[in-house]
Ligand binder design. Structure first.
Ligand code: SP5
Ligand code: ZN
Length: 386
């Protein structure tokens, strides 16, 4: 079945002012006096991000230091301030019920209590990250909630690379507030807003964590835009890794279009999703589009692919755009394989601006810590310059 084309394309005919706002837990009205309309970037900064600080992740049979570190976001914040790119605000608080449009109740209950449950196993665990070591793969049951904590960790996760720590819930929860705040600002008339947060989100599914992600911030932003009345929302995922969680959350829906440019999953994390033949299912058939590229791809091919992804978004007739902004496409990234240069990110921002859509940027990956601030802010500045 072909995509349901809506030729109106481009920006905003159906711009919903913050009407009805039926999302559970959404404060109303969406915008306060401290949230100016207009063009300058509005950044919602997760002030609790450093509460989540994993020590180690499993790699090739060894526990190695985490790549996903607090300094990543510190660098972006410092660069935003240095270049005076718009306003930085703390997020507005939302009730936990605002997460239920994306995540399952039983996963949220698990995640909220996981650290206490881990320490209850053994007080010495307070000094150790929690990592899963057993999973319910094919033929095993995932409908029964195990009493055993290790078994619950496996039930609600996809890898052993995403340590759960003392502050994981608080940090991820405040990050979700940043994404929801950014979405409401954009629904209320801002051209663009940026959720500057970690842990990242796009690998997290409705009921699992993994790939350093716990709550799916981009999915929460897209769902919030829908619930604010925007009928067609597109998610463009430009992290090096396929956003398996985001894709899965919207795979059977026609109202949220997911498209991603990423390393070929046959060799790159998350391995088990992200192929070009994944086009959506049921009502969502035709509303998912993947652009896997070989490890080693450079800006020329990446940039040409971006134009194709943006064309898909225009043909869908998106009224708003959520960008999963990973900077791990950078040539210097320690865990990824594309070769984008720092200057290329200015061009990426300009291309995104040409889509002409109200845009929520959500910070995802990018592990070249010394460069991630400049690279991220280059995208935002390129966008603002248009
Ligand atoms: C949000 C995001 O970008 N998540 C990426 C998760 C990737 N996890 C797998 C990392 C594999 C680490 N490989 C280490 C290579 C060291 N040379
Ligand atoms: Zn990534």
């Amino acid at each position: 079945m072909p995509r349901a084309f809506c030729t109106s394309g481009g920006s905003g005919g159906g711009r919903a002012s913050a009407h009805s706002g039926k999302m559970l837990g959404m404060p109303q009205p969406a915008l306060g006096a401290n949230q100016p309309k207009g063009f300058a970037m509005l950044t919602y900064y997760n002030h609790l991000h450093s509460d989540h600080e994993g020590k180690v992740e499993m790699f090739r049979g060894a526990l190695v230091p985490c790549f996903e570190v607090p300094a990543r976001v510190d660098r972006v914040l410092a660069e935003l301030k240095k270049r005076k790119l718009g306003t930085v605000l703390p997020p507005n608080p939302f009730d936990d019920s605002a997460l239920l449009g994306v995540h399952s109740q039983r996963y949220l209950d698990f995640l909220r209590d996981a650290w206490d449950d881990w320490v209850a196993l053994d007080p010495a665990n307070a000094k150790r990250d929690a990592l899963p070591s057993v999973w319910p793969v094919r033929t095993l049951r995932s409908d029964v909630l195990p009493a055993n904590f290790a078994a619950r960790m496996g039930l609600f996760s996809m890898d052993a690379g995403s340590p759960l720590t003392d502050g994981t819930w608080d940090a991820a929860r405040a990050g979700a507030d940043c994404a929801l705040s950014a979405a409401l600002a954009v629904a209320g008339g801002k051209r663009a807003a940026f959720a500057l947060t970690r842990p990242p989100g796009h690998h997290a599914g409705a009921d699992f964590f993994g790939g350093y992600c716990f709550l799916n911030n981009a999915a929460l932003a897209a769902q919030a835009l829908r619930e604010q009345g925007l009928e067609r929302v597109a998610i463009l995922d430009i992290d090096y890794h396929h956003g398996n969680g985001t894709q899965a959350i919207f795979y059977e829906r026609a109202d949220v279009y997911y498209t991603s440019i990423h390393g070929d999953p046959s060799t790159e994390f998350p391995f088990y999703l992200g192929y070009a033949d994944e086009l959506g299912a049921g009502a969502g058939l035709g509303f998912n589009r993947n652009w896997p590229l070989p490890r080693g791809s450079g800006f020329e091919v990446w940039h040409a692919t971006l134009q194709q992804a943006l064309q898909g978004i225009a043909e869908f007739g998106a009224q708003a755009l959520v960008v999963s902004l990973g900077l791990d496409t950078f040539v210097g990234d320690p865990i990824a394989g594309f070769t984008l240069q720092t200057r290329d990110f200015l061009q990426v921002g300009a291309d995104l601006a040409r889509a002409g859509l109200p845009t929520v940027f959500v910070f995802e990956g990018g592990y070249a810590v010394a460069d991630v601030g400049v690279n991220a802010v280059n995208v935002l500045e390129g966008f603002e310059r248009g």
